[in-house]
Design a protein around this ligand. Structure first.
Ligand code: S3P
Length: 171
């Protein structure tokens, strides 16, 4: 069985950018759970949240993660909230390395500035406070779900990608 790399972590930690880079460098296929949700529902992430709410989004997300967990030889980038549902982690466990991209709230805020509109949970006046409180809520969940952790704050995208590749080669 060809193993997967599963990238987890908060919004704005570079899961998609890093995932694409890694896949390219070591010739694995790449797939992103948010993109699959958009394809499956025929709506943007914003539209799903606005029209049907977070609970509905989580339901489709769960279905997508279950489908993706059957893949082999993929880099799978996941949405920042998959850890809220233990079932997602149970589905992904044992099918490859689950790597937590861990960034500070400040770093995440900086990264997200470029793409805040696409993140319905961060549509608020004080984005940093919201990041801090969501991170607080989730940090133990990421820890519990992960097999490996990469602290991204002082690393470039290429450096994070190299660390992911080192981990993949070690498993
Ligand atoms: C979410 C993260 C987003 C997306 C949705 C909810 C979250 O994905 O799935 O907006 O709850 O953290 P990214 O982590 O790719 O931004």
């Amino acid at each position: 069985m060809k193993k997967n790399i599963v990238l987890i972590g908060f919004m704005g930690t570079g899961k998609t950018t890093v995932g694409k880079k890694v896949a390219e460098k070591i010739s694995l296929s790449f797939i992103d759970s948010d993109e699959e949700i958009v394809k499956k529902s025929g709506m943007s992430i914003n539209e799903i949240f606005n029209r049907f709410g977070e609970e509905y989004f989580r339901k489709i997300e769960g279905e997508v993660i279950e489908e993706l967990s059957n893949l082999e030889g993929y880099v799978i980038s996941t949405g920042g909230g998959i850890v809220k549902n233990q079932e997602n982690i149970l589905n992904l466990k044992g099918k490859g390395a689950i790597i937590y991209l861990n960034g500070s709230a400040k770093k995440i805020e900086e990264n997200i500035k470029k793409d805040a509109d696409n993140r319905p949970l961060l549509k608020t006046d004080n984005v940093l406070n919201k990041i801090i409180s969501l991170l607080e809520e989730r940090k133990d969940l990421y820890r519990k779900a992960m097999d490996f952790e990469i602290i991204i704050d002082s690393l470039s995208v290429d450096e994070v990608a190299e660390k992911v590749i080192d981990i993949y080669r070690s498993i």
